[in-house]
Ligand binder design. Structure first.
Ligand SMILES: Cc1cc2nc3c(=O)[nH]c(=O)nc-3n(C[C@H](O)[C@H](O)[C@H](O)COP(=O)(O)OP(=O)(O)OC[C@H]3O[C@@H](n4cnc5c(N)ncnc54)[C@H](O)[C@@H]3O)c2cc1C
Ligand SMILES: *[C@@H]1O[C@H](CO)[C@@H](O)[C@H](O)[C@H]1NC(C)=O
Length: 456
């Protein structure tokens, strides 16, 4: 049996929309493990290997390592970035600082690698554990009635105890949950990104070092940063370049990018950067406009039979380096709350899921803005001296990385659900969110509630 951790059936039926994303798959695996019966619907007709570099923090590594008792982690390891540390440089190549990888400092390692390759491993594992994934199923409509919810797909009406919209930044489920269409806006930035094999870079003395093993280097300049990694013993290369782009675009995650446009921004940077850009196969370059959404006032419908998860609930800036990890934590917490509450109390489970996740997720989201601003707004004339204080290093907050979302969910569920039942949050109200994070519940006997900074 692939999944020895699978619990006895709970009878809770869950429909999850989105299997080509990390959030939906993680939720499906977790629900399956907790004994719920799961159907995942995905509009893509077949599994696609999409994207380039993605990062899973130690808080997600902890989740991954439980799957199949280490089986999934074993499959990921050969394709995971395996470096000893990162080097940060100024745009001209001068070294700013070095950081060692944190190894097992937070209990589990990070997993960084190709999004599509990682996703394929999760997808296959989900199927092995018995998750039913139906491809080529574009959900046309979400519906909810007292006591049940469902979707309409290919003209057919489906019904379940709970519908999870893990349907990404352009979520359709969001409209049912919010009652209105919520529009994204430009974040003011875009990312050029790519992934390719390193043969050409191995031939160039400037970049040969990257192809001898796994490396991770960042270059920083005014309102621009450029991060490059070599993986699979230096055989694969990925780089991302975040820069200002005020274009007001339709929400779409990617367009083809142009090498000459990148050179307009970093053409006079460290010759290593120039070489990386010039030797990039043009057809691999993606121009990804970063859209932003204000935090949603709620992730769950009034009847609490439909909920959002992952990017549908909370799009992340890449500079938070937590988008996929937080999507995964959502799935863990939702599955655990459903398990703890039982089939007769699905709405209570869903309300608890939102309470447990909301504020923690906001905190992680904010890191995306603060990291970017720290990097982009540095005084580059003094950065080499000042950096001895370490201000540009990636933050590694223990509240984020040491968190065990599953243990925490089971621990706080009794109190959170009791407070919801006692009307402590005015639980039917939309737009009156409070978040519960582990710290508040473990350090005080009754949870301290605080108005979440919605729209902050
Ligand atoms: C194609 C793609 C490439 C990406 N590449 C990167 C990357 O390289 N690096 C990185 O850091 N992040 C990347 N991301 C973002 C990253 O994957 C997400 O932040 C993370 O996976 C969490 O997102 P999610 O699972 O919530 O949603 P998503 O990954 O957006 O998945 C949503 C899923 O829902 C499906 N769906 C949407 N509407 C419907 C519908 N009506 N009916 C049925 N199915 C539907 C979509 O097809 C998709 O499979 C990418 C996202 C996408 C969609
Ligand atoms: C990671 O790198 C170390 C040191 O170079 C090496 O010993 C180890 O085998 C590598 N791990 C994998 C999975 O490639």
């Amino acid at each position: 049996m692939v999944c020895p951790e699978q619990l006895p059936p709970t009878g809770i039926q869950v429909i999850i929309v989105g299997a080509e994303g990390i959030g939906g798959l993680a939720c499906a695996i977790e629900c399956q493990n907790k004994g719920h019966s799961v159907i995942v619907l995905e509009k893509f007709p077949k599994l696609e290997i999409l994207g380039d570099i993605i990062s899973f923090g130690p808080n997600a590594g902890r989740i991954i390592e439980r799957w199949g008792n280490g089986l999934v982690a074993d499959r990921l390891r050969p394709i995971t970035l395996n470096h000893t540390g990162s080097t940060w440089r100024r745009f001209d190549g001068a070294e700013i600082t070095k950081m060692r990888t944190h190894g097992l400092k937070f209990g589990s390692p990070m997993y960084n690698g190709h999004r599509g390759e990682f996703h394929e491993i999760f997808f296959n594992f989900a199927k092995e554990t018995g998750v039913e994934i139906r491809l080529g199923q574009r959900v046309e409509e979400y519906w909810e009635e007292p006591g049940k919810a469902g979707v309409i797909v290919n003209g057919q009406r489906m019904e379940a105890d709970l519908v999870v919209g893990a349907d990404g930044v352009r979520s359709k489920a969001r409209k049912l949950v919010l009652g209105y269409d919520d529009k994204p806006h430009s974040s003011g930035y875009a990312v050029w990104r790519t992934w390719f094999t390193s043969e050409e870079l191995a031939k160039d003395p400037l970049t040969e070092w990257m192809t001898k093993g796994d490396t991770h280097t960042g270059w920083f300049g005014p309102d621009v940063h450029f991060l490059a990694a070599s993986l699979k013993q230096g055989k694969d290369i990925s780089w991302v370049c975040t820069h200002e782009d005020k274009a007001d675009i339709e929400e779409s995650w990617s367009f083809p990018g142009k090498i000459e446009d990148v050179l307009k921004v970093v053409g006079d940077w460290d010759p290593v950067v120039q070489t990386l850009v010039k030797k990039t196969p043009p057809d691999t370059l993606v121009d990804w406009k970063l859209v932003y959404r204000d935090p949603l006032p709620t992730w769950i419908s009034k009847g609490a039979r439909t909920c959002l998860l992952g990017d549908a609930a909370h799009p992340f800036l890449p500079t938070s380096i937590q988008g996929a990890s937080q999507a995964m934590e959502d799935g863990v917490v939702l599955a655990a709350c459903l398990h703890a509450a039982g089939k007769d109390r699905v709405p209570l489970a869903v309300r608890s899921y939102e309470r447990i996740r909301y504020e923690r997720c906001r905190r992680a989201q904010r890191l995306g803005e603060t990291n970017r601003d720290t990097w982009h707004k540095a005084d580059f004339s003094t950065v080499l001296e000042k950096e001895k204080a370490g201000g540009m290093k990636l933050p590694t907050p223990p509240w984020l990385f040491s968190h065990d979302s599953e243990t925490n969910a089971y621990r706080v569920f009794p109190q959170v659900s009791k407070d919801i039942l006692a009307g402590k949050y005015g639980s039917e109200e939309i737009g009156n969110q409070t978040g519960i994070c582990e710290k508040k519940l473990t350090t005080v006997s009754a949870p301290v509630t605080k108005q979440a900074e919605v729209g902050a």
